[in-house]
Design a protein. Structure first.
Length: 508
């Protein structure tokens, strides 16, 4: 990977900002202390370098000035504008992550640093800053994992080692709190993690603290572990002291409760003895009264039982007679309904036969008309042959549409639900947005519920455009419950060789 250049701190900065080029991430992200603006001035030079394609120094200088002035929105806009030209520039992407962190947009900052670790896995700084942001949200396991990755890129990175020690101390504190159920209000020291402000990579030199050798790195790791062990020991001692104090308080409370219980028991024993004597006398009296009441109740129960048995017998006889009357009534009603049904069926059969004959005549007339139109077209001049053929085809389609309309009305009148539903296209626009299945079941129920149905169509006006035919006609609907004379419109669609209903509308 390309080397990264590190820059020294601006000597014009306040003394507290000259100590390091980073802030304590967790405390800085949570408390936002007053010196935050001064610390950002250390980025005058540190944010100018990118590992892939260096940005112009003047543009980076403008970004740095905006950040020092606390104008993070403007700084972010300018950074995004440069990134549009240099999307692989690691330094600019690192700067964007810092700006988002300063704006309390932790989730977006985490996304930026995470993508940096994917594109530049050998850089320790993005891992470190991810750990700081995770710790600010209490996600210490993720913080530890990020710091472990930073240490893999550079085992002697002092800042990551120090942060890792703080995270281990916090994890140890949480473990003891959970195991011993310490009061959550207990003042447990918070970790003080460092958020890196410059992207320097693993190159030597610069201002980022590093250990001189692998042996020094191991010593730093031991220091971090010792720090965590000390924090855990201090927490354990605090827990023991708190437990001892609670045990002393509990012993005093137990003693006072025992003395109070002894006094109460003596008083209760005397009261119990007095009450036992009174209860025995009352029990003897109650037993005598109960014996007398039981004898009276027994006599009354025998009389009540005799009355109840007689009433039950009378009720059973009355119910049996009522059932017989109801059964005869139902039988008479069923016979009458059967006769009425047979009469209606015969009448309906005759009506359907007449309608069929009328329809056949209409179909024959339509066929004759089509034949005449075809004969006339054949006699037309050669230059009008194409138009004549189109007219004949149109007439055939109209006749087919009319035949489909009449067939639909006939199946409806005959209560042939299966044939009736077969006249509807697969993409029929059901009313009120109902499903095809719901609509079909509703139509079946309404048709089969009628004793008889008669549907007559007349004055049909058909217009065809391509595979779509619109039919406006007069419909006379008659059933044993309703008679309606109205204008209706059906839209047919040609599917294969059939014209099927796609849409139904009231009115012409």
């Amino acid at each position: 990977m390309p080397a990264f250049v590190e820059y020294s701190i601006d000597k014009t900065m306040p003394p507290e900002s000259q100590e390091q080029t980073s802030i304590h991430g967790l405390r800085g992200l949570i408390n936002r202390t007053a010196y935050k603006t001064a610390l950002l001035s250390s980025l005058v030079a540190a944010l100018f370098v990118a590992p892939a394609a260096p940005a112009r120094a003047s543009e980076m200088s403008d970004i740095n000035k905006l950040m020092r002035a606390g104008q993070y929105a403007e700084a972010l806009n300018k950074t995004d504008a440069i990134l549009a030209k240099h999307p692989r520039d690691a330094q600019l992407r690192f700067t964007k992550g810092l700006i988002l962190a300063e704006q309390n947009r932790s989730a977006e900052a985490i996304a930026v640093f995470t993508k940096l670790t994917e594109d530049f896995p050998d850089l320790p700084e993005p891992y470190n800053n991810l750990a700081v942001l995770y710790a600010s949200e209490g996600q210490y396991d993720k913080a530890r994992a990020s710091l472990d990755m930073a240490m893999r890129t550079n085992p002697t990175y002092a800042t990551a080692l120090e942060n890792l020690g703080d995270v281990y101390a916090k994890l140890a504190s949480q473990a003891y709190d959970k195991a011993l159920q310490i009061d959550p209000a207990n003042n447990v020291p918070q970790p003080k993690l460092t958020l890196l402000r410059s992207l320097n990579g693993n190159a030597s030199g610069g201002t980022v603290p590093r250990l001189a050798s692998a042996a020094a790195g191991q010593a730093a790791q031991r220091d971090a572990k010792a720090k965590a062990d000390a924090a855990a020991a201090e927490q354990q001692e605090r827990t023991r002291a708190l437990a001892a104090e609670k045990a002393t308080q509990q012993a005093a409370a137990d003693k006072a409760a025992a003395e109070k219980a002894a006094i109460a028991k003596a008083s209760a024993d005397k009261a119990a003895a007095d009450k036992a004597a009174a209860d025995k006398a009352a029990a003897d009296k109650t037993a005598q009264e109960k014996a007398a009441a039981d004898r009276a109740a027994s006599d009354k129960a025998a009389a009540d039982k005799a009355r109840a048995e007689k009433a039950a017998a009378d009720k059973a006889a009355a119910e049996q007679k009522q059932k017989e009357l109801l059964a005869q009534k139902e039988k008479d009603k069923a016979e009458k309904l059967e006769k009425d049904k047979a009469a209606r069926a015969e009448k309906e059969k005759e009506k359907q036969k007449a309608q069929a004959e009328k329809l056949a005549a209409a179909e024959k007339a339509a066929a004759d008309k089509a034949a005449q139109a075809k004969a006339a077209a054949e006699k037309a001049k050669a230059d009008k042959a194409a138009q004549a053929k189109a007219d004949a085809a149109s007439d055939q389609d109209k006749n087919a549409v009319l035949a489909s309309l009449n067939s639909w009305a006939r199946d409806w009148s005959e209560k042939d639900v299966r044939g009736y539903l077969a006249h509807y296209a697969s993409d029929f626009e059901t009313p009120k947005g109902a499903s095809r299945k719901e609509w079909a079941e509703e139509r079946r129920a309404r048709i089969e519920d009628k004793g008889h149905i008669s549907v007559k169509v007349s004055n049909a006006q058909i217009s065809i455009k391509g595979n779509i035919a619109t039919v406006r006609y007069r419909q006379i609907y008659n059933s044993n419950r309703l008679t309606v004379d109205s204008r209706k419109t059906l839209v047919f669609v040609k599917q294969g060789n059939r014209w099927l209903i796609k849409q139904e509308r009231s009115g012409g």
